[in-house]
Write a protein that binds this ligand. Sequence first.
Ligand code: GDP
Length: 315
Amino acid sequence: MIAVLAGGVGAARFLEGLVQVVPPEMIVAIVNTGDDMVFHGLHVSPDIDIVTYTLAGIVDPLQGWGIRDDTTHALSMLATLGAETWFKLGDRDLAVHIRRTELLRAGWTLSQVTDAFRRALNVGIRLLPMSDDPVVTEICTPVGWLHFQQYLVQRRARDEALGVRFTGIERARPAPGVLEALCTAEVIMIAPSNPVVSIGTILAVPGVRDAIIASPAPVVAVSPIIAGAPVKGPAAPLMRAVGLEVSARGVAACYRGLIDVLVIDQADADLADDIRASGVEVAVADTVMRGPVEKRRLAEATLVAARTAVRRRSY
Ligand code: GDP
């Protein structure tokens, strides 16, 4: 079984490649929930939804989030009624949040809801929220601490990021199955996701980092930073905010002591020696996931990198 630490868009695309080379029932994705937020009284889990919609084949391919060809009648009416509608939620997307909220109010856990939804949408891989307990990723800015969604979506990352915190993390327990997956996995992968606010949040859940360190499985990460910039999203200011260089070298530094090998893009091949010297093995691949072929190749390269790490360890 392969355990994959996952954020939103980058992870979802990576998992699309992985299911082409590994049977889906052999994959467990542990997904960030620090970006979850209540909108219109409804519990929205953006990263879980992005991964679910993508693997179900219904994601909006241009945005990478939301549902393809969705309409926004409910949001328009909400705006007419005076609601804040800066977080775009389509009509079919809203149905997911209505049902999730209804089940959570009836006593289901987020894990149970997530599993029910991925089965209803024919997603073969198991999806585990990192925790069923509330954790809120917040960004420190000159205007104060902002919820990650306020920082990114409402204010479009225009405020200087000065720091990051995960409110509630000390009391958060890993969701059922998370530690078991990490302890029994043959390979642990860290998807090309934001290392600070997607992967960093999962790693901050008490017990998760220790479980990865204790695991005998090879741990391989894919760099979300290519040629000094993220493919999309706010990784650059957030990496700087926590003192990391915005480069594959910075990603290696972020995961040092945790991973055996980092898959970096061929555009960053000149950083390989430097990263190896810091104690992290490197594999160079084309990591830009343009379409199904590139996604599959990246999944294959990541698996090969993990197997090489196993061989090295056994010598
Ligand atoms: P978010 O929560 O939707 O922002 O999603 P993630 O945290 O999973 O992903 C954001 C990260 O994915 C960004 O840092 C991107 O650079 C990275 N990413 C997105 N697409 C690609 C890709 O094709 N290749 C690589 N290597 N990284 C990618």
